[in-house]
Write a protein that binds this ligand. Sequence first.
Ligand code: KG4
Ligand code: ZN
Length: 335
Amino acid sequence: MIILALETSCDETSAAVIDASKDKVEILSNVVSSSLPLHSKTGGIIPEIAAREQVKFIIPVIEKAIEECKLKIENLDSIAVTYGPGLIGSLIVGVETARTLSLVWKKPIVPVNHLIGHIYANFIGDPNIEFPAIALIVSGGHTDLLLIKNHGKIKWLGGTRDDAAGEAFDKIGRLLNLPYPAGPTIETLAKKGSPKAFDFPRPMIGSGDFDFSFSGLKAAVAREVKGQDLSGEFVQNICASTQEAITDILIRKTLLAAKKDEVKSVLLGGGVAANQKLRDEFKSSIANGKLSIKFFAPPKNLCTDNAAMIAAAAFYNYKPIEWKKVTASPELYFD
Ligand code: KG4
Ligand code: ZN
């Protein structure tokens, strides 16, 4: 099956073509255009600007994805599109484009939940993932733990009560005058700092449930940096200690869920999944705990928003609906 997918939930405009005809997902093209540089200046995403950039880029990005995959429109079997959650103005651009193409090209359309898309970045290629699995979605807007019994059989276990993990990185970055989004910069600065320099709180780490909270960590960092010279070793130590606290919380809760449900795999997804320290610590915690669990994280370029993950989610959960019924759903969560 050949699928063209569109992803426009936030500040990335992306189109991808995948070939899933050999029972595995192969990327033929995956074009991503980002309006992030426009938002870096303002320290956060301005929805109105993100939506306007989506309108500008959607057609050129689709054209490029089709040109790069070297197939013709008639070779496409269906169209997948992110319909939520996300920014309404951005989502509408992808959804309306997909509806129009579905009608004009006479192709079935599969709406995809963006968060499920992040999980399916793990299914690109031939990863041999075994169920049941626990998935941890860690992005700029979400932190969720899910039990996946099989494709389409997903149970939400818990999520953040305040800030998402990526949001914590970004807000702490702002306290340190780092550019938005701060996650990658904090990771780089942390390499030269000591993770033990500051003993930051790990809110809810021992709560026994699968919920998260990161606002207390941000408040503790704010108290520590107030009135300090934000340079050199001090900032590196804050970054290393912050990353250590966030990593500790995410791993403890995920492995608690993995042991409780006796799963075979742990899957990471979302922008924060690109963090190497988080990936390494997951692997060593699983090895040290002698757990027979396989750990999966997508290639780093597929952790942040892209349309290939949306196409993969559509293939493994193939439920086309009439184009008229596909509508943008900014508040979409899990069923
Ligand atoms: O999934 P994503 O691209 O967009 C959303 O759907 O939110 O995630 C973006 C988030 C930002 O908060 C960014 O700071 C964080 O992912 N991020 C990272 C890293 N790369 C991106 N956080 C920590 N370490 C990284 N290397
Ligand atoms: Zn995302």
